[in-house]
Design a protein around this ligand. Structure first.
Ligand SMILES: Nc1ncnc2c1ncn2[C@@H]1O[C@H](COP(=O)(O)OP(=O)(O)OP(=O)(O)O)[C@@H](O)[C@H]1O
Ligand SMILES: [Mg+2]
Length: 229
């Protein structure tokens, strides 16, 4: 099976099962999904419905029990961890609910990290990270440590870190879940603005229907079953 030219992601009959003691539980059942290049997609669903699990599979952080996943023309589920890591580095930016910044690094160093891991020169990494932090409104917070930043500022560092590699797709898991409504709104405005100017494909996991309404496509996960909504 191959992807259509306009298609960036395709999931075909995905299932994910996990062992729990003696029994096997089904986390995702027969999930099929197609995402076009540049499309913005929201995935809604109650706690425990399988949202993070699906995002983990889309990002190649794990492989499905059965089914196929294609991302940018490559079939992720047949690749080993090292091969999937290379695809992640080339294609994907992750944004997490809990920001996942390294506490011992400054905002600038946190944003430089994806470049440092790819052995891109320190000078280029520093210049690019500075530019991305300016773009998210943190030009005056470059040398602050995460503990010296507000929640909204920490998530804007997280956004800059996700975008610095110019990923083709952003996978965001409840990225405003730890923020108050007003701050969450500001952070999402920054994210959508960068997303639009860089034509990035976006998959947004959220409990927030208002946020989901800003995406072009919406899906609901319910006990591991995905439906459009
Ligand atoms: N490795 C695992 N082993 C066993 N069960 C798991 C595993 N990973 C996830 N689960 C279970 O699968 C279900 C879906 O988990 P998942 O984290 O995807 O939910 P979620 O929709 O992201 O929930 P939340 O909104 O609370 O973040 C949960 O019931 C969870 O307990
Ligand atoms: Mg989750």
């Amino acid at each position: 099976m191959s992807l259509l030219p306009s298609e960036f992601v395709r999931c075909v009959h995905l299932s994910k099962k996990a062992r729990s003691g003696d029994s096997e539980i089904s986390i995702l059942s027969d999930v099929s999904l197609s995402i076009k290049r540049g499309e913005t997609v929201a995935i809604l669903g109650a706690s425990g419905s399988g949202k993070t699990t699906l995002l983990t599979l889309l990002g190649g952080l794990d492989i499905p029990t059965t089914g196929e996943i294609y991302l940018n023309g490559q079939q992720l589920n047949v690749l080993n961890e090292e091969q999937r890591a290379a695809i992640r580095a080339q294609n994907i930016g992750f944004i997490f609910q809990s920001f996942q910044l390294l506490p011992t690094l400054t905002a600038l160093e946190n944003v430089m990290l994806p470049f440092e891991i790819q052995y891109i020169s320190h000078k280029i990494a520093k210049a690019e990270a500075t530019e991305w932090l300016k773009q998210v409104g943190l030009g005056k917070r470059l040398h602050h440590y995460p503990s010296q930043l507000s929640g909204g500022e920490q998530q804007r560092v997280g956004i800059a870190r996700a975008f610095i590699t110019r990923p083709k797709i952003i996978l965001a898991d409840e990225m405003t879940g730890n923020l108050d409504t007003h701050t969450g709104q500001l952070v999402m405005d920054v994210m959508f603005s960068l997303n639009q100017s860089h034509l990035t494909t976006l998959v947004l996991v959220t409990h927030d229907e208002h946020l989901a309404s800003k995406c072009q496509s919406r899906y609901m996960l319910s006990e591991g079953i995905l439906q459009t909504c």
